[in-house]
Design a protein around this ligand. Structure first.
Ligand code: FAD
Length: 347
């Protein structure tokens, strides 16, 4: 009921929209801001050159304070870092985070709120939008103006340009692979952005009953993270078994790459589903993407077509993967991978 057409914006709303100020929902790990949140900073910069950017971090303990110092060092891109330090927020659960965003928005009256399209962002931002009574715009890949955004539709086969015509704030999730990681200056200490604590005295405790943190299960691996790796080697159903999939791991080790998989490989039980690349998996855009025994279904392409260089090995010359590949080899992967392993130098 609050939606209005762009042309009928009242003078007060349009004057608020002209002053662009953005709140970023920051994710952190091990005392560092995650790369996807750095990309959100780049996206905020694309909204307007004179955007005043605040970055919100939540959690508890020393790693939160370290992450705050790291975020503050992104000055001058970031004008202030807001820290919500509380046991209630020690785990990134969507429900308390959404309430936190509502609270911070009440005071800050931001024109835009941005989160990365990570599991956290996709879970939290729509809840915050519901509390603020606005409609979010998700999966933005390009920002053409304060109210004009481009987002993929039909599994990335078409791009839709959308204009936000609602009231402030405009809530966005952004695809981090579409926004470059900003440079962080090395002499950060001298001109760090101010860090202030969020007043949580009016934080609604009711929300805390809605979800409970149980445990974190994560792969303890030395390999780069799939979402941000420079090289990704992906195996499909053509690998035929979990045992054969170890070939991909060996290749990844030699190349310093992350391992990816198609949904068919995940469904067949070759690898866990956190390795899935595609429409319903991770979106990646590495410098080099190597696909072995992958047919190239549109749902898979949706997750990797923005990679800089795509190499495909498939024994079927008519496989659709060859339509997006920069280099294609029609061959049996069980001949190609052992040869690659033999010829690639030791790390
Ligand atoms: P296949 O299509 O079976 O292809 C196997 C390929 O291996 C073939 O091209 C074959 O020629 C080749 N091959 C076989 N043996 C060899 C060999 N020895 N050497 C070389 N090549 C060989 N899929 C995803 O990947 N990610 C998603 O996120 C995703 N989301 C989906 C969401 C929805 C709603 C739906 C409906 C589907 C989704 N899918 C997704 C599934 C997708 O449609 C395909 O089924 C899947 O990507 C196929 O995986 P594949 O290429 O491994 O298997």
């Amino acid at each position: 009921k609050k939606q209005r057409s762009f042309s009928s914006l009242s003078p007060i709303t349009s004057s608020i929209s002209r002053f662009v100020s953005t709140l970023i929902l920051g994710e952190h790990e091990g005392g560092q801001l995650k790369q996807s949140s750095l990309c959100a900073v780049a996206a905020a910069g694309a909204i307007s050159a004179d955007n005043s950017i605040s970055l919100l971090l939540a959690g508890s303990g020393p790693s939160l304070q370290q992450a705050a110092s790291h975020a503050a060092s992104i000055h001058p891109s970031i004008s202030q870092v807001l820290v919500a330090d509380s046991d209630k927020l020690s785990h990134p659960l969507a429900e308390p985070w959404a309430e936190l965003v509502r609270l911070v928005q009440q005071k800050g009256r931001y024109s835009h709120i941005i989160a990365a399209s990570s599991s956290f962002g996709k879970n939290t931002l729509p809840r915050a939008a519901a509390l603020l009574d606005v409609s979010p715009i998700t999966d933005v890949i390009e920002i053409s103006g304060p109210q004009l955004f481009v987002r993929p539709i039909y599994a990335g086969n078409a791009l839709s340009t959308v204009r936000y015509t609602g009231v402030d704030p405009c809530l966005l999730t952004i695809r981090s692979t579409s926004f470059p990681v900003p440079h962080i200056s090395s002499d950060s200490k001298s001109d760090a952005a101010p860090v202030s604590q969020v007043d949580l005295s009016t934080f609604s405790e009711d929300i805390l009953d809605k979800s409970r943190y149980l445990k974190l299960t994560s792969q303890d691996t030395e390999r780069p993270d799939l979402g941000s790796a420079r090289i990704v080697v992906t195996g499909g159903r053509g690998l035929k078994s979990a045992e054969n999939f170890k070939l991909m791991e060996k290749l990844a080790e030699k190349l310093g790459a992350a391992v990816g998989a198609t949904r068919a490989a995940v469904d067949a039980g070759f690898v866990p589903n956190e390795l899935q690349v595609g429409q319903t998996g991770k979106i990646v855009a590495p410098e080099l993407y190597m696909a072995f025994g992958v047919s190239g279904a549109i749902q898979h392409l949706a997750g990797m077509r923005d990679s800089k260089v795509i190499v495909a090995v498939n024994k079927d010359a008519d496989s659709p993967i060859f339509q997006v590949a920069d280099y294609g080899l029609v061959a049996d992967l069980f001949d190609v991978i052992p040869e690659l392993l033999e010829k690639l130098p030791e790390k």
